[in-house]
Design a binder for this molecule. Structure first.
Ligand SMILES: *Cc1c(COP(=O)(O)O)cnc(C)c1O
Length: 350
């Protein structure tokens, strides 16, 4: 087996969704964000496991992603598309009954002209300045848009993972000012917003990263485990260097394992001489540069050559690895490469 094995724990995924659902205010529906191939873990298995435990509303980034979810889940669940109604998406949106979250007056016009009577939602900008209608634009088109019966009105918090940030309350206030009179279901919170408390929950929440075991949901169960096979091992003597550009030198005799997996598999090059892999609970530091298909690991502390080493495991979560790489868990997950053998455990009805 030349490539690593990525195992997805669907029971942990489901348990994270249930935990976030229980945190949500009574009467709030908890959806699920499964964009970017289910945060890199495989949208089909993620969507099916969540649908099986009662998730009825999914969010994706693009209409193409929505089409993939519709194919897997059938006609029942609602599928919201964050990028709205883009030019060229009309057939997919109409045929597959996707709900575009319309972001601009241009998109509103396109949708009402191309698919009159078809479902839609509205995305409002409350201060992030990324997607959505600004307050003045909304004021101008709200009567017309509300007359068409939007399925959902949403906005997105820019700093929800920083509970002390005054931007949270500012965005909440703006969202309320823009929507309190609308009489339409509302959604403001992703994972971080759920943790901010009931004021932020409204009718529908949209957790993503927390489902997949990442911060800011500190109590999340880890979902991804990644084991990488050892290709060969060697003993290096004091002063010998390992890897491209000789960035690591053995201070004394060391046992080095060469492990299958590199930056082409999403093991970020910033992990060079940082982070660790694990076998039997023992931390083995990654030494030298990460190369395209391989990494080198100091397994001296282990005292034997294992068949494989874990880079995502209970000892090293997605966030631990992200910290070592200088990034965030979202990037670690969505970088996971196509070469891994993927398997899932759990996920049956319970
Ligand atoms: C990605 C995304 C989410 C999910 O955010 P998490 O932080 O992963 O929970 C929710 N809403 C929008 C608009 C998003 O882009």
């Amino acid at each position: 087996m030349a490539t690593g094995t990525l195992s997805i724990d669907l029971d942990a995924l489901v348990s994270n969704w249930r935990a976030l659902n229980e945190m949500s205010a009574p009467g709030t529906e908890t959806g699920a964000v499964i964009k970017a191939d289910g945060y890199g873990l495989g949208v089909a298995r993620v969507a099916m496991a969540l649908a099986r435990v009662g998730v009825r509303r999914f969010f994706v980034a693009t209409a193409e992603e929505g089409a993939a979810v519709r194919e897997v889940l059938g006609r029942e669940p609602r599928i919201h598309v964050f990028s709205g109604h883009m030019a060229g998406d009309t057939d997919m949106i109409g045929d597959l009954d996707l709900i575009p979250m319309l972001n601009s007056i241009e998109q509103l016009t396109r949708h009402f002209e191309a698919l009159p009577g078809a479902a839609f939602g509205i995305q409002l900008d409350t201060g992030m300045n990324r997607l959505g209608l600004e307050p003045a634009e909304w004021a101008a088109v709200a009567p017309l848009a509300l007359g068409q019966g939007p399925a959902l009105i949403m906005s997105h918090l820019a700093s929800a993972d920083e509970p002390e940030s005054p931007q949270n309350a500012d965005q909440l206030r703006v969202f309320r000012e823009m929507t309190d009179e609308a009489g339409v279901p509302r959604s403001l919170s992703a994972t971080g917003g759920i943790l901010l408390g009931a004021d932020y929950h409204f009718d529908v929440t949209r957790p993503g990263i927390g489902l997949y075991g990442g911060r800011p949901f500190a109590d999340a169960r880890p979902v991804a485990r990644l084991a990488l096979p050892v290709v060969q091992a060697r003993t290096v003597t004091p002063g010998e260097a390992v890897g491209y550009n000789a960035t690591w030198m053995a201070p004394e005799e060391r046992l080095i394992a060469t492990v299958s997996g590199g930056y082409a598999d999403g093991l970020l090059r910033s992990l060079s001489n940082a982070g660790a892999l694990y076998a039997d609970g023992v931390a083995c530091p990654l030494v030298g540069r990460v190369s395209m298909d391989l990494i080198t690991v100091d397994i001296t502390a282990l005292g034997y050559v294992p068949g494989s080493l874990d880079i995502l495991c209970p000892e090293q979560t997605v966030d631990d690895l992200a910290d070592a790489a200088g990034t965030i868990g979202y990037e670690v997950l969505t970088s996971l490469g196509a070469r891994y053998r993927r398997s899932s455990i759990g996920g049956s009805l319970s």
